[in-house]
Design a protein around this ligand. Sequence first.
Ligand SMILES: *Cc1c(COP(=O)(O)O)cnc(C)c1O
Length: 461
Amino acid sequence: MKYMTAEPFRIKVVEKLKKSTKKERLEYLKTAQYNAFRLKAENVYVDCLTDSGTSAMSNEQWSALMLGDESYAGCKSFYKLEKSAQDVFGMPYIQPTHQGRAADYIMAQIYAKKGFYAIGNMHFDTFRGNAEMLGALAVDYVINEGAKANDQYHPFKGNIDLNKMQSLIDEKGKENISVVIITVTCNNNGGQPVSMQNIREVSTLAKKHDIPVVIDSARLAENAYFIQQREEGYKNTPIKEITREMFSYCETATMSAKKDGMVNMGGLFITRNKEVFEVANQLAIAHEGFITYGGLSGRDLEALAVGLQEGCEESYLEYRTNQVKYLGDRLKEFGVPIIEPTGGHGVYVDGRKFFPQIPQSEFPSQRLVVALYEEAGVRAVELGACAFGSKDPETGAPIWPELETMRIAISRRVYTNSHMDVIANALGDIYKNREKYKGMKLVYEGKITSLRHFTAGFELL
Ligand SMILES: *Cc1c(COP(=O)(O)O)cnc(C)c1O
C-alpha cells in the first residue's frame, strides 16, 4: 500500500508553464553556451536545477505573511521564528540571516582558521568557499560507500568515516583541527542521510579532543525522516524529537531555510553557546541586519516560522521522499544508472555509466544535462567534472572529481508525479540512444575554478 500515498495537500493556485519545441530549445541552448544556469527559466518546462528557494508555500504561510511586523528591532515576527526554531533545533540562540551562505560566512569567521583543518562529510560549496578564503583546509571524510557514485547499498551514505577522522587527529594533532562540520543530508553525493549513531560517535570523538562540532542543516527534516525509517530504535519517534536529538550533539548549526524551511528566502545561525551567539550577532549586524531580522523582512520571518513546522510534518516527508523514490524507480525501469538508494531532494544519475564513451575531460554529465533539456525542456544540473573539477595549483593540470553525476533536484510541493514521468520517459529515450552522443568542450570558465559551473560556456564536440 506504500504507493497509495498521494500528495497530502490540494492545489489552490497554479502557475502556467510554457512548452517549447525542440528547435527552439536548440537555439536557447546555443545562446546559453550549453550551460543550464544561463537558460531563461521561462523557457524551461520542468525545472529541476535546484530545490533551493523553489518550494511552494502553503495557504498558512501566505496568510502568515500579512502578520509580518516590519519593525527594525524586536519585531513580533522574530519571536515567532525564534520559538519555532527552538522547537525544531532544541537550541536556545537563534540569529536569522538573509540566506544560508550568510550563516556559513558567520560560521567560517568563528570556526575556520588559517592553516587549520575543517573536517566534513562533504563540505557544501558555500561553507567551503568561506572557509578556504580564510585559509582553512577543508577535508571531506565521507565513508567510502558514499564517496563514489554507485549502486552499492548503504542506508546512510552521508556518514563521516571515523577512522579517517581519528587518523587526522593522530597525524596532525587535535590542536590543528578547528571544527567538524556534518552536512545533513549530504547534498554533494545524492542527498544522502547521516545516521544518529554517526552524529553521536563523531561528536563523542570530537569532544574527547576538544574540537567543536557544527551541523549544516539545510535538509534537517529529510535527514530526520530517513533516521526514522532506516535506523533501529527510531520507528516510533516523532520527527522533531529526532531533530532535537541530532542537534543535541553539536554546538552550532547553520541552515539554508530555502530547503526544509519551505520558504523562498532565508537562513539561520543557531547555537547553544552564548559567547558564539554574541559574536554572531555582531557579524550579523555588520553584514546582514539587526539581530532580530538578519536581512529578512518581518513577513519572511513569519513564513519561515510556519515553514519550519510544516517541513517536519511526517505526512509531508513521506510524500516528499516517496516522490523522489518514484522518479528513481521509473528511471531504473529504463535501466538508467542512478545513485542508490535515492536520497532526500533529488535523483542523481551516474554520468560515467550513462555515457561510458565520454571521458571526464569531455563532461559526460553536462552532456546529459544538455540532452535532457533538448529532448524534454527539463532542466537538471551537472555535479561532476565541471562543478567539482579542480586544477593542480603548481602545474595547472586538471584534477577530475570522484563523483560524476547529473542531479535532478525536486522542488518541494511543486511538481506532480506526471512531471516525474516526463523526466523518466525522456531520460529513458536518451539512454536508448546513448551511443550516438559525443562529449563537450569547455570554452569559458572564469577566474575562480571552484565557481566555474555557474557561468561556464561549452561547445558540442
Ligand atoms: C543551499 C545550501 C547552503 C547555502 O544556502 P543558500 O541559502 O543557498 O545561501 C549551504 N549548505 C547546504 C548544505 C545547502 O544545501
